[in-house]
Design a protein around this ligand. Structure first.
Ligand code: GLN
Length: 563
């Protein structure tokens, strides 16, 4: 490839990375659509536990990129890590395929296979995700860096095109119900197999095309082994690395342990994901943030800018916690209390989340043009304000749906159009917040701390996912539970209202059918119905947004000229 072709458009390597990431996200989001339904319907878990596992799984997927980035930098290089991560994720999906194939004859084995699968996918994602994103950046020589924003917009569309395809194909073959609404609990395996095939395809595309296209304008391979990289691969100053003293590292380690136990102490319940994994995620983020900010080499301006990153990262937690209900509580609602008639077709419940990916593909370019236009007029909001807009939009999406479930009662069905509207508004929110957050970290970070600060930012996403798990687990009983209880001869509403006291036998029956005899409680508030459940998200993201808006003058000052 000549420098000329690079000048006229985007390097062909971008399309190779686009295709690789597209198939990888097909695999990830296709599986994510089915995961909680599989856990509940085939592995017979409670919805509450499935939501907690889902949050922990996603959270760990955003913790391991720190490790993947580190191993790539020191030992394997981007290319090898992408292939290793891709193969691991494909293997993980095959384990899920096996789990979904054996559960009816050997539940114990199915559960072990499922845990192994999630573990392999978590590490596979950790190898794959940071390395493919950083390769997009390295495709562009210094004089072409202005094209990076567009490059990342194109790449973000690849992510969501993959998500869209995965959430189309995997539910069609994996989330199958008959005309009477009865689910084929043996079908999930086909969805996981499709996800595995997609990942193998993505890895093959990358393996075959990387040497030809993922190269510098001079034709040298990008992302090779660290020892083989020559210094021209780096930008000036880019090789500068943060060096922490042994004392700071020991203090960090002790802080991690103390934070882990302190957070664990505050979390109630017995679920190990909640009491072990969540504290690990929260404590890692706080420890890393503390380690960086206490570095004595930081100047006042650098420290101020890092604090801005931390403030934004903190508020972003509430965004992802609300956004990531898609694969848990919102899927359970789509399954159990929704009229999914979509132009005469009964859409599989796990497919309803497809509207997010679809809307990103449609709106990513208009949004980036909107920011360009506002910038040209000098009216583009500073990045933290875009984050605040994202938060207020997500609060609005939940406010609308809360008001539409208000009068549903125990058996009324929520129209699918309200979930589609919710995903439309949440997609606009995502486009205000997600791509912008990443570039904000890039702009505010001192170079020597950039990758670690990206790590903090990813850990804030991970914390958001952990919180998403906790919030998903407070979903009150949906319509199906009231119906089932009625079949068992129990008035569930009366039990929940405590106007009748169920007998020991009735309690056992409810528990056998995974129906809770008490309403869920969140920070002391009892959640009586779906309206109150959705209002939790309105309140959390609404308050976060208002505080972030009100911090504008302070943040602007602390950014010291960075937009
Ligand atoms: N949907 C995007 C992806 O899958 C962004 C997710 C995130 O940043 N947390 O890559």
């Amino acid at each position: 490839m000549t420098t000329e072709t690079v000048k006229t458009g985007h390097p062909k390597g971008l399309w190779v990375l686009f295709g690789t990431e597209m198939w990888e996200r097909f695999n990830f989001y296709g599986m994510r659509a089915l995961l909680t339904l599989f856990l509940v319907n085939s592995l017979l878990m409670k919805e509450e536990d499935a939501s907690l596992i889902y949050g922990g799984f996603l959270g760990l997927c955003y913790l391991t990129p720190m490790l993947g980035g580190f191993i790539s930098d020191r030992f394997f290089g981007n290319r090898n890590c992408i292939m290793l991560g891709g193969l691991m994720m494909a293997a993980g999906q095959l384990f899920l395929f096996a789990s979904a194939s054996v559960f009816s004859t050997n539940m114990g084995m199915a559960q072990s296979l499922m845990w192994t699968a999630l573990g392999i996918i978590i590490f596979g994602n950790g190898f794959f995700k940071p390395n493919i994103s950083s390769m997009v950046g390295s495709l562009y020589p210094k004089q072409e860096k202005s094209k990076l924003d567009t490059a990342f917009t194109i790449f973000y569309m690849g992510i969501n095109l993959g998500a869209f395809l995965g959430q189309l194909i995997c539910p069609i073959i994996g989330d199958v119900k008959d005309s009477g609404g009865l689910r084929d609990i043996h079908a999930f395996k086909w969805g996981f197999l499709a996800a595995a095939i997609a990942m193998v395809l993505g890895t093959i595309i990358f393996a075959l095309l990387k040497n030809k296209y993922v190269i510098t304008p001079e034709g040298k391979p990008l992302g090779g082994l660290p020892s083989k990289r020559d210094s021209s691969d780096f930008e000036e100053g880019e090789s500068e690395k943060a060096v922490f003293s042994p004392t700071s590292l020991i203090v960090a380690l002790i802080s991690f342990v103390v934070l882990f136990f302190a957070i664990r102490y505050c979390i109630s319940g017995t679920n190990v994901v909640k009491t072990i994994i969540y504290p690990i995620i929260y404590a890692s983020g706080l420890t890393l943030a503390g380690l960086i900010i206490s570095d004595t080499s930081l100047t006042k301006i650098e420290r101020d800018r890092i604090i801005v990153i931390y403030i934004v990262a903190f508020f972003v937690i509430f965004f992802w916690a609300a956004f990531e209900q898609a694969g848990s509580s919102l899927t359970f609602i789509a399954d159990n209390q929704c009229d999914r008639n979509f132009f005469g077709w009964d859409m599989p419940p796990s497919m309803v989340q497809i509207f997010n990916g679809l809307f990103v593909v449609i709106f990513a370019v208009p949004f980036s043009l909107l920011w360009d236009k506002l910038r040209a007029k000098g009216r583009e909001p500073i990045s933290p304000m875009k984050q605040a807009i994202g938060l207020i939009l997500i609060a609005l999406s939940y406010f609308i749906i809360a008001n539409n479930v208000k009068d549903l009662g125990n058996s009324g069905l929520l129209g699918i159009k309200w979930l589609i509207l919710l995903y439309l508004i949440q997609t606009c929110a995502e486009l205000c917040l997600s791509p912008i957050g990443l570039s904000l970290v890039g702009k505010l970070s001192p170079k020597r701390f950039a990758s670690l600060l990206y790590g903090v930012f990813f850990l804030s996403n991970a914390s958001g996912y952990a919180l998403a798990g906790t919030l998903g687990s407070i979903l009150p009983s949906t319509g199906d539970k009231f119906l089932k209880a009625k079949e068992l001869g129990i008035d569930l509403q009366a039990v929940l209202d405590k106007t009748v006291t169920p007998s020991a036998d009735q309690l056992q029956l409810l528990s056998d059918n995974h129906i809770s005899a008490a309403n869920p409680v969140f920070v002391g508030f009892e959640i009586h119905n779906l309206y109150e459940f959705f209002m939790v998200f309105v309140v959390l993201t609404g308050i976060a947004s208002i505080i972030l808006f009100s911090l504008k003058p302070v943040l602007k000052r602390m950014m010291h000229g960075v937009k």
